[in-house]
Design a protein around this ligand. Structure first.
Ligand code: NAD
Ligand code: UD1
Length: 331
């Protein structure tokens, strides 16, 4: 199939483009490069040994999106393009609501106009809010604490309503847990601008000596060692999850957790990183970070049952691959 991948130059999108090409699909990337680099496109082509079409386009611009659908016979859309910094979304909410929701609506509108019935959407485990673990797709969603999370909940809702009204429209809403790691080539990976907010990129910067030490946000949570527990998933497994979702789309909107089902605490992750890479990661315990929850991990059984997909890589591999990328990466 010819798949339009919005945000395909980004962290998860670039790994997914490779998985799509390796599965025999062809790929059109639409990305405005607001949080990614053009040279990632060349790296995708090198790794997959296959061509991609790259369009530097803002997918909130309706005319630009229309031109894509008019010029290419698109069979399906994977919509990654979005802004994702939680703290920033509190400071500039309108930018987040506009970018993340308008892009979803414009793409859905183009799909309707051009008769494209396959749509895969990047959602997040953040839509569960502070629920009881493990998070399962049938749970009632709780409010998130920030505009970013709301854009994901609202986009899910919009796509679900469209699918309910147009039964031929098949949508997979993929709720990612915590993506980490990088392609085993070390060529592409997660490269956030400025000081990272998320744990793994912060740890790799400390290991590299760019940051002095990790601040562990709280050690008084009701968890195995008091630090926050998350379901870290290798980005390569996540990428495969998209191929599986696309191959198994069915009429209507369907939600899938993409996680491992395993919880790992902050200190367990630090220990795994040190062990995988034989590098010390200095840390100190500081106060809890506002908005954080104690534990977040998936019940991943639905994706296994319906998509035939499970995550394969363990936490040591995630730490090794994250480090392989970071140590060669020039900011
Ligand atoms: P990323 O920032 O690396 O990739 C997003 C890409 O979208 C970037 O290349 C950016 O330039 C592009 N983009 C943003 N707005 C655009 C627009 N209007 N038009 C065209 N391109 C645009 O982020 P990522 O980690 O790869 O995340 C991909 C998606 O998955 C996002 O929707 C994100 O919210 C979601 N998600 C990410 C995580 C995570 O931890 N990384 C977790 C859950 C959900
Ligand atoms: C964050 C987002 C969430 C998003 C997810 C994507 C917040 C509040 N939530 O989730 O919406 O979907 O990223 O991956 O930002 N930690 C430290 N020190 C650090 C960084 C993190 O101790 O410097 C801890 C956190 O307290 C948490 C764990 O590490 O317990 C993971 O944090 P992070 O990587 O930021 O992800 P989430 O908080 O799960």
């Amino acid at each position: 199939m010819k798949i339009l991948v919005t945000g395909g130059a980004g962290y998860i999108g670039s790994h997914t483009c490779i998985a799509l090409l390796e599965a025999g699909h062809s790929v059109i990337i639409a990305d405005n490069l607001c949080n990614s680099r053009r040279d990632t496109i060349d790296k995708i082509i090198n790794i997959a040994e296959n061509e991609v079409t790259f369009l530097e386009i803002d997918v909130t611009e309706e005319q630009a999106v229309d031109v894509i659908f008019n010029n290419y016979k698109v069979d399906g859309v994977i919509h990654f393009a979005g802004l994702k910094a939680v703290g920033e979304s509190v400071d500039i909410p309108l930018t987040y609501y506009y970018n993340n929701i308008v892009s979803t609506m414009i793409l859905a509108k183009a799909c309707q106009k051009y008769g494209v019935n396959r749509f895969v959407f990047s959602s997040s485990a953040t839509v569960y809010g502070d629920n009881i673990v493990p998070f399962v797709e049938t749970m009632d969603l709780l409010p998130t604490t920030n505009p970013y999370g709301e854009t994901k909940a609202m986009s899910e809702r919009i796509l679900t309503d469209i699918a309910n009204a147009n039964p031929e429209f098949s949508v997979a809403l993929l709720r990612y847990f915590n993506p980490v790691g990088a392609h085993e080539s070390g060529l592409i990976g997660e490269a956030p601008n400025g000081i990272p907010n998320n744990l793994m990129p912060y740890v790799t910067k400390v290991a590299k000596g760019k940051l002095e030490k990790l601040r562990v946000f709280g050690n008084d949570y009701p968890t195995v060692d008091g630090t926050g527990v998350r379901d870290y998933i290798h980005v390569l497994d996540l990428a495969e999850g998209h191929v599986a979702a696309l191959d198994n789309l069915k009429e209507g909107a369907h939600v899938y957790n993409l996680g491992t089902g395993q919880g790992t605490s902050v200190l367990e992750l630090v220990k795994a990183f040190e062990e995988a890479n034989s590098i010390k990661v200095p840390y100190e315990i500081v106060d809890r970070r506002p908005g954080d929850i104690a534990s977040c991990y998936a019940d991943a059984s639905k994706a296994k049952r319906e998509l035939g997909w499970t995550a394969k890589h363990d936490i040591i591999t995630m730490c090794r691959d994250a480090w392989s990328f970071e140590k060669n990466y020039e900011d």
